[in-house]
Write a protein that binds this ligand. Structure first.
Ligand SMILES: Nc1ncnc2c1ncn2[C@@H]1O[C@H](COP(=O)(O)OP(=O)(O)OP(=O)(O)O)[C@@H](O)[C@H]1O
Ligand SMILES: [Mg+2]
Length: 273
């Protein structure tokens, strides 16, 4: 028994390292550099443009009125565009910073977290990971986040892992159903984050294959998987449940209907500090 527990823990660690460590930290870190170049060159171009504009100002009386006006208009547009590049670049940097922070947090540490942002980031991380292996496949993802939620105490590393696990399963199942070629089938995943009284509620609903009673019964067993070798280890759900119930003192529940889809719901008591 202890041997099995030890192996389970090892696999747990490995799975965490493989996905979170590699996917997030690695990619985020690599993207940071080129992104900084984008932002810095955009800033530099803005300065050059200002210089150019003042040269034009100085020699404005030597230009045709029409030409001068057009030049100024173009320069204004360029300035706006550069501002947008900078703005969106900064936003991307912010996202990367928060991902890096989440994957760096100490093991098991509760940190004040913008849960909506965290869920959003991992929803799309999962989506893009899936797209990387099947780039022709598309999913309609809708997200609903309660506005102005305060920062909440969660273990960001673990919480993001739970979201990623549920999203990976949802992406997989809609892809699986899509492969059946049913007419008019539109792979859809709905994500919803809101508060209910003293609880934070995160639900991920897919219109995938749904689960048979047998799968529902085995769902939380370690190594239970219906996926081919190499596609699943059968650890996603037990880990997710552990994260939600043991580590955050919450509840993980689901409703599922064969041929229609599955909704997983995470409920954890809200801790503000
Ligand atoms: N949203 C879902 N829709 C349909 N079946 C699901 C869904 N989520 C989980 N399952 C079923 O439960 C099984 C166990 O899920 P779990 O996430 O624990 O393992 P896995 O996805 O097979 O492998 P991994 O360890 O890579 O997550 C899956 O193989 C699948 O059959
Ligand atoms: Mg899984």
């Amino acid at each position: 028994m202890t041997e099995i527990e030890k192996l389970k823990e090892q696999l747990h660690q490995q799975q965490k390292m493989a996905s979170i460590g590699m996917l997030t930290a690695g990619i985020a870190h690599e993207i940071q550099n080129p992104l900084n170049f984008v932002i810095n060159f955009s800033k530099m171009s803005g300065k050059l443009l200002s210089d150019l504009m003042s040269i034009i100002e100085d020699s404005i009386d030597r230009l045709e009125k029409e030409d001068a006006e057009e030049m100024q208009e173009i320069a204004e547009d360029l300035k706006e565009n550069l501002k947008k590049i900078e703005e969106h670049g900064e936003r991307a940097i912010d996202i990367i910073r928060s991902i890096l922070m989440q994957s760096r947090g100490k093991e098991g540490e509760f940190l004040p977290t913008n849960v909506a942002n965290l869920v959003h980031e991992y929803v799309w991380l999962s989506y893009h990971a899936m797209r990387a292996s099947n780039k022709d496949f598309n999913i309609s993802i809708t997200e609903k986040y309660e506005e102005q939620m305060p920062q909440m105490m969660v273990i960001p590393q673990d919480f993001s892992r739970a979201v990623l696990n549920l999203m990976n399963n949802a992406c997989y199942t809609v892809e699986e159903r899509s492969a059946l070629g049913q007419e008019g089938y539109m792979p859809t995943i709905n994500v919803d984050v809101h508060r209910e009284g003293e609880e934070l509620v995160v639900s991920i609903a897919d219109n995938g294959m749904g689960m048979t009673q047998e799968v529902q019964n085995g769902l939380y067993e370690a190594f239970f998987t219906t996926k081919p070798i190499g596609k699943g280890t059968g650890l996603g759900m037990p880990i997710t449940r552990e994260i939600v119930q043991e580590r955050h003192g919450g509840q993980l529940s689901f409703t599922s209907k064969e041929g229609e889809g599955t909704t997983f719901t995470i409920r954890i008591p809200i801790r503000l500090k």
